[in-house]
Design a protein around this ligand. Structure first.
Ligand code: NDP
Ligand code: BG6
Length: 441
């Protein structure tokens, strides 16, 4: 059923996110019949636009463009929205600098946006534990947690959502999913681009705040959490919090690419990290003794996000008398070319018994032959439908920041050449994810 009779308000509609992601995502939802013509989309900002000038900023079909309106400023916004019709719900997307989230929330409440309102908040959510906690308090002073939708766009990636299905809908993996069979977990998130035109933001953040504390912790939680009692968002979020509570970070190594300090917006003596290695562990019955390794960064040799589950080696018996059989691995290809790869041993053809490593690959695109929806399409539609599964709770954000408290901006910075990831100091055999190629070869 298409979403109808909703007002979608974008604060900061003159900005980059609205232009590149939000309006195009809404246009696609309209084209797909997920939202209908009874909805209105109201952009707001301090910039002056006539409704026509605002519409002309976007390359969208004319029938969709008719849903777009623009209002300058905050004062009188509620009255303006009410003047556009009677709406069952009002979704407000804060596409604003994080420094103004709390102030805008207070202004919205003062304007009269009440129980019918849902507020969507972009990342970054806080800068550290204290600031995230303060922001939650400020938001909770005017809106109930049930009305607040915090975005982590990694949760909207198809391959990320498949983690729970893979784990809890396949009995094959259920018995091995613990320290009994798993040796280590490795998460790799590489990007080829540097900071590009986001130097100003990134230099005040660094890769740990930008990627590890949020996106990669979410991946880890989904990979290691207990089965929720239902698919209810609150049940899933509660299980993620349980994992976060038991995470301890052991070590962090920070690196910066050569030339970073000359990027626009970056301080010439910056010690912000653009690459990090993190070792952590989970102290619960399922995972105790299983080290978890993360390598994440920018200006590297490839773009790819993977999770590698390394199984324990076989005993030195039968085919593995000399200990040469490579332990099995499960590789989750989060992007690009989403899929799952199993690394197995098999017999090579011929009269002699010789073993070779082989892979079984599941590729999303080949299997289902559908275009994978863009993250913001999914997030906006879920917010409109009131489904919070793909959004992060206050407790998750605070708990995750708390775990990193002693490791932000901490320790020496080493340099690496763009395109050349630094050698690992994690003390493990790091999985060569590139070796597996794409799940879709
Ligand atoms: P912009 O810097 O382009 O800002 C968006 C709009 O916010 C501006 O057009 C401006 O509108 C308004 N604004 C700017 N400064 C202030 C201020 N001090 N007080 C009130 N309003 C202000 O940001 P983006 O659109 O790039 O991003 C919006 C949010 O989304 C940010 O939190 C960002 O971190 C996050 N984000 C963005 C991504 C992207 O791809 N762009 C990706 C992931 C997250 P006006 O001047 O008209 O009021
Ligand atoms: C954003 C970070 O949250 O995620 C960016 O701010 C990063 O620095 C981006 O480039 C990566 O997202 P994706 O979906 O391209 O992996």
């Amino acid at each position: 059923m298409a979403v109808s009779h909703s007002a979608i308000v974008i604060l900061g509609a003159s900005g980059d996110l609205a232009k590149r992601k939000l309006i195009p995502a809404l246009a696609t939802l309209y084209e797909q019949g997920e939202i209908d013509e009874t909805n209105v989309i109201i952009g707001t900002g301090r910039t002056e636009y006539s409704p026509e000038a605002f519409r002309s900023r976007f390359d969208v079909p004319e029938d969709f463009a008719r849903l777009l309106h623009y209002y300058v400023g905050m004062e009188g916004l509620k009255k303006y929205v009410d003047g556009k019709g009677t709406f069952e719900q009002i979704i407000i997307f804060m596409a604003l600098p994080p420094s103004v989230y709390a102030q805008r929330a207070r202004e919205l409440a003062a304007e009269g946006f009440g129980a019918e309102t849902r507020i969507i908040i972009e990342k970054p959510f806080g800068y550290d534990y204290q600031s995230a906690r303060k922001l939650n308090e400020e938001l909770h002073a005017v809106y109930d947690e049930s009305q607040i939708f915090r975005i982590d766009h990694y949760l909207a990636k198809e391959a990320v959502q498949n983690i729970l299905v893979f784990r809890f809908a396949n009995n094959l993996f259920h018995p091995i999913w613990s320290s009994a069979a798993i040796d280590s977990i490795q998460i790799s998130a590489y990007e080829t681009i540097g900071v590009e035109d986001r130097g100003d933001y990134f230099d005040g953040s660094g890769i740990i705040r930008d990627m590890a504390q949020n996106h990669l912790m979410q991946l880890l939680c989904l990979m290691t959490m207990e089965a929720p009692v239902s698919l209810d968002a609150e049940e899933i979020r509660a299980q993620k919090v349980n994992v976060l509570k038991t995470i301890s970070i052991d070590s962090v190594h920070r690196y910066q690419y050569e030339g970073y300090r000359s990027e626009r917006g970056v301080k010439p003596d910056s010690t912000t990290e653009t690459f990090a290695e993190i070792k952590l562990h989970i102290d619960n019955f399922r995972w105790t003794g299983v080290p978890i390794y993360i390598r994440v960064g920018k200006a590297l040799d490839r773009k790819g996000t993977e999770i590698g589950i390394q199984l324990k080696p076989l005993p030195h018996l039968l085919f593995n008398q000399e200990g040469r059989v490579q332990p099995n691995r499960v590789i989750f290809k989060i992007q690009p070319a989403e899929g799952i790869i199993l690394d197995l041993a098999s017999k090579t053809p011929g009269s002699e018994v010789r073993l070779a490593r082989t892979t079984m690959k599941f590729c999303y695109e080949d299997e289902f032959d559908v275009e994978i929806p863009e993250a913001y399409q999914k997030l906006l539609l879920d917010a409109l439908r009131g489904n919070k599964t793909l959004f992060v709770s206050a407790e998750e954000t605070e708990m995750s920041w708390r775990k990193y408290a002693d490791f932000l901006d901490h320790g020496e910075i080493e340099l690496y050449k763009p395109g050349h990831p630094p050698p690992t100091k994690l003390g493990c055999e790091w999985i060569d994810f590139e070796r597996y190629g794409s799940a879709c070869d």
